[in-house]
Ligand binder design. Sequence first.
Ligand SMILES: [Ca+2]
Ligand SMILES: [Ca+2]
Length: 220
Amino acid sequence: MKLSTIKFLQGLMLVASLSVSGLANAIIIYTDASSFQNDNVVTFVSTPSSGGNGSVAGSLTFTSGPSASVFFGNFTNLLQNELALSGVENFNVDIAGGAYAFGFDVTDPRSSSLPNGCNVSSCVDSVFSFSIFSGNALVGSFSFNPLFSDSVLTFVGVYSNTLFDRVEIRETAGTNDNEYFGNFQLSTVRQSVSEPGMLVFFSLSALALLNLRRKIKAFS
Ligand SMILES: [Ca+2]
Ligand SMILES: [Ca+2]
């Protein structure tokens, strides 16, 4: 009985430490702008009508990723003052003061012709990685595949219960065919509910309790 109690306490401590680290890295991925905006205290960022590498918009600084050059302008009719890239669509966003949530709309054109097209002869259904960092530490990463369409925007966003201050977007499948990015939005407010890490914590605790009951039974 005593042995099982000690094991239970050790188990709980392990659960607690696991859940704290799990909690620190928990992220929520959003593909619906309304949900993102409902769950977070969102600020929309006004992007410039022109500019290149190092362009600043609010707390955001946009820089070119590998084999890419950042440009702001009005290219597609689906967005205003959007980000476009020369080369493969790789870019970085540094967030002064950090954020708990960050998202944007993207268009992945299916046909070639401008203004909404991909501007090369063969458009590719692109896939991107979306990684968030706190300093040099990776907080979370996932991939997203925008709708391959000339007329429909795709929203993608992330919430993290750890403050992050850098976003890296990389086109992991695709070419220098154009995609366009706009309607950048962020939140500097940590969510007080809906933390999946907490759910994990509680469910693990419940499992530990179940184990305790089983052990008590075994020793009685
Ligand atoms: Ca594409
Ligand atoms: Ca591309």
